[in-house]
Design a protein around this ligand. Structure first.
Ligand code: 5GP
Length: 211
C-alpha cells in the first residue's frame, strides 16, 4: 500500500525526552499527526485516557490483537503497548505525516511491513544524562528506573536498524532537526515513485526521436 504521508517511527531510551519533543514538533509544524497508542500500563499522574494513551485491560488489548486492530504491538517491561491501525491509515491517506512513538521491537515490525517508513532514534548525549532524567522525572520507583536502564542497554543493540540518530541536547534544535530529516525523506526515490515513472516515460519519448 502506498501512502500520501510519511510514516515516521520515533524510538529512544525511556527518558530520552521523546514525549516533550513530540509535543513541540506538533506545536511548531502542522503536517504531523501523532498516533495515540493503547497500553495495559496504568496511567501516570497527569496522563489522560485518549490523549497520552488509551488505557486498557489485558483482555481488551488481547481482543484487539485478535481483531487485527494493531499495526504493531509489543510487550515492554511487563505491559502491552500497541498502535491502533485505523487512525494511522486514515491520517496517512489524508496526507499527514504520522508519528509513532514506540519502542524498538515495534519499530522493527513497522519497518518490515512498511519499508518506506522513516525510523528515527532519539538519545540523550550520554548514559549519565539518561539516568539523571529518569530520576528527575520523579514518576518511577528506583526498581522501575533500574529496569528501564537495563532495557536501554538491550535496546542499544538495535540502533543500527534506524535511519537516523538524533541527539537530544536541546529541544528546539532537535525538533528542527527532525523536521529537516522528514523534509529530506520526502525527496528519497522510494517516496517519489510516481515522479520517477513520469520522467522516465517522458525521457523515453525523447530518446525515440534520437534513434
Ligand atoms: P512508557 O511506559 O514510558 O510510556 O512507554 C514505554 C515504552 O513503550 C516507550 O519506549 C514507548 O515509546 C513505547 N511505546 C509506547 N506506545 C507504544 C506502541 O504502541 N507500540 C510499541 N511497540 N511501543 C510503544
Amino acid at each position: 500500500m502506498k501512502h500520501k504521508g510519511i510514516l515516521i517511527v520515533v524510538s529512544g531510551f525511556s527518558g530520552a525526552g521523546k514525549g516533550t519533543l513530540m509535543k513541540l514538533l506538533m506545536q511548531t509544524y502542522d503536517n504531523y499527526a501523532l498516533s495515540v497508542s493503547m497500553t495495559t500500563r496504568g496511567p501516570r499522574e497527569g496522563e489522560v485516557d485518549g490523549v497520552h494513551y488509551f488505557f486498557s485491560t489485558k483482555e481488551q488489548f488481547e481482543d484487539k490483537i485478535a481483531q487485527d486492530g494493531f499495526i504493531e504491538y509489543a510487550r515492554y517491561c511487563d505491559n502491552y503497548y500497541g498502535t491502533p491501525r485505523k487512525y494511522v491509515e486514515e491520517q496517512l491517506e489524508a496526507g499527514k505525516d504520522v508519528i509513532l512513538e514506540i519502542e524498538i521491537q515495534g519499530a522493527l515490525k513497522v519497518k518490515e511491513k512498511f519499508p518506506e517508513s522513516l525510523l528515527l532514534f532519539v538519545t540523550p548525549p550520554n548514559a549519565k544524562e539518561l539516568e539523571r532524567r529518569l530520576v528527575g522525572r520523579g514518576t518511577e520507583s528506583q526498581e522501575v528506573i533500574s529496569k528501564r536502564l537495563a532495557r536501554a542497554y538491550e535496546e542499544s543493540e538495535g540502533i543500527e536498524a534506524y535511519d537516523y540518530i538524533v541527539v537530544n541536547d536541546n529541544l528546539e534544535r532537535c525538533a528542527e532537526e527532525i523536521n529537516g530529516l522528514v523534509e529530506a525523506a520526502r525527496k528519497a526515490p522510494v517516496r517519489r515513485e510516481t515522479f520517477i515513472k513520469e520522467i522516465r516515460e517522458e525521457l523515453k519519448e525523447f530518446s525515440k526521436g534520437a534513434e
